[in-house]
Ligand binder design. Structure first.
Ligand code: FES
Ligand SMILES: [Fe+2]
Length: 399
């Protein structure tokens, strides 16, 4: 059975028994863990500054000179496809005196030109132009600082530590096989980015990992067709795949009356610590990057829409309409809600928040973060937080 058929079978089972895949126990966490600046520093240092981050999809920069640039955890990045076809990730920091060498979130450039004094870099990051070069003596063969990176399953991973190493096999722990099924290389990015402000990054991450809220918070928008709280959850090391059932899945019969996957289910791959890939097994996909800001109370989401076909003709209008729809949903439903939570953290004081057994991905996130910030970077792959108490995964674990 294909991966998608198996997920459909599990979702149908969960709908039939009236439960999602479940964690063993509910879990409490101190509300103060969100707003604690020391914890935030540890999260940036032990997680964002050292693990392989999914910095882009290769299809976001399809042609030489295409780049995408954004700040994450206090570092400006630029991911650019070189004239040699190789995708590289650099610190977006000029080697003269530190200005950014890009002037947009995405663009195409033959040269990256620093606006301050016009030092310029080619698409492989090499410094190729210095006005008044005689005043600088011997500069040597320098370039933008390149970060270790590797492309896997159509996704570009990089570490923010220029001296770090990438071990994607260990890090992805099988997630790449699930991403392979999405055929990410076939997508075309609608290269109009959307930025949405959010408060604390973990409050925003909680939303991306939450299969429980879809039919409630989003009941009049993207959740109108969902059968809420019947999700499948699968863990790949620190990463999570969430399956969502849509109305009509119970009428699907794989043999007698098959329905297209896109009508009866959807998937979210959450690539730890900060990227949500929503959809992908049919014609569209939305990539949301959650970008922690300079302080514990600030983050931003950077979203792109993708299509299986080239985005031209009527599809441009459709893509723009969809971009605005999702911008409104995330801003007015998700982020408005989590801003309220962020504003209430002080009032909650030393109280706790609770994650039910039906919120295993959130439990997994917070447990993983706790392990990393305690310095246990080797522990994540041993985690098995979910015990399949219901749904087809119970049958799976017995099989
Ligand atoms: S800071 Fe870039 S050219 Fe001076
Ligand atoms: Fe949401």
């Amino acid at each position: 059975m294909s991966m998608l058929d198996e997920l459909v079978a599990r979702l149908r089972h969960n709908v039939a028994v009236g439960l999602p895949d479940q964690a063993e126990q509910p879990m409490k966490i101190p509300a103060s863990s969100y707003g604690d600046p020391d914890r935030f520093d540890a999260e940036m240092r032990e997680i964002f500054a050292r693990v392989p981050l999914l910095v882009a999809l290769a299809c976001e920069v399809p042609n030489p000179g295409d780049y995408i640039a954004y700040d994450i955890a206090g570092r400006p990045l630029v991911v650019i496809r070189g004239d040699d076809g190789v995708v590289r990730t650099f610190l977006d920091i000029c080697r003269h005196r530190g200005a950014k060498v890009t002037d947009a979130t995405c663009g195409t450039a033959r040269r990256l030109m620093c606006p301050y004094h016009s030092w310029s870099y080619d698409t492989t990051g090499k410094l190729v132009g210095v006005p008044g070069q005689d005043s600088f003596g011997e500069i040597g063969a320098i370039g933008l600082v390149e970060l270790p990176s590797e492309v896997r399953a159509g996704a570009v991973f990089a570490t923010l530590d220029a001296d770090g190493e990438i071990d994607l096999d260990g890090w992805l722990d099988g997630l790449d096989e699930s991403l392979d099924a999405l055929r990410l290389d076939e997508f075309h990015a609608y290269r109009t980015p959307t930025y949405i402000d959010s408060p604390n990054w973990k409050l925003a991450a909680d939303g991306y990992l939450d299969g429980y809220h879809i039919g409630y918070l989003h009941r009049n928008s993207i959740g109108a067709r969902a059968i809420t709280n019947r999700n499948t959850y699968d863990f790949f090391g620190p990463h999570v795949r969430i399956g969502f059932a849509a109305k009509g899945i119970d009428e699907h019969d794989p043999v007698e009356s098959p329905k297209p996957y896109g009508e009866i289910m959807s998937l979210v791959h959450y690539v730890f610590p900060n990227v949500s890939i929503s959809g992908g097994h049919h014609d569209t996909l939305m990539l949301s990057r959650l970008l922690p800001g300079p302080t514990v109370g600030e983050s931003r989401t950077l979203q792109f829409q993708f299509y299986r076909q080239p985005i031209e003709g009527d599809l441009v209008e459709q893509a723009e309409a969809k971009r605005r729809t999702y911008e409104a949903v995330v801003r007015d439903e998700d982020c408005a809600t989590i801003f309220d939570i962020g504003n209430a953290l002080d009032a909650v004081g030393d109280g706790h928040f609770v994650f039910g057994r039906n919120e295993p991905a959130n439990q997994h996130l917070h447990t993983t973060i706790e392990q990393f910030t305690n310095g246990e970077h080797h522990r994540w792959s041993d985690q098995s937080l979910v015990t399949a108490q219901s749904g087809a995964s119970a049958a799976r674990s017995e099989a």
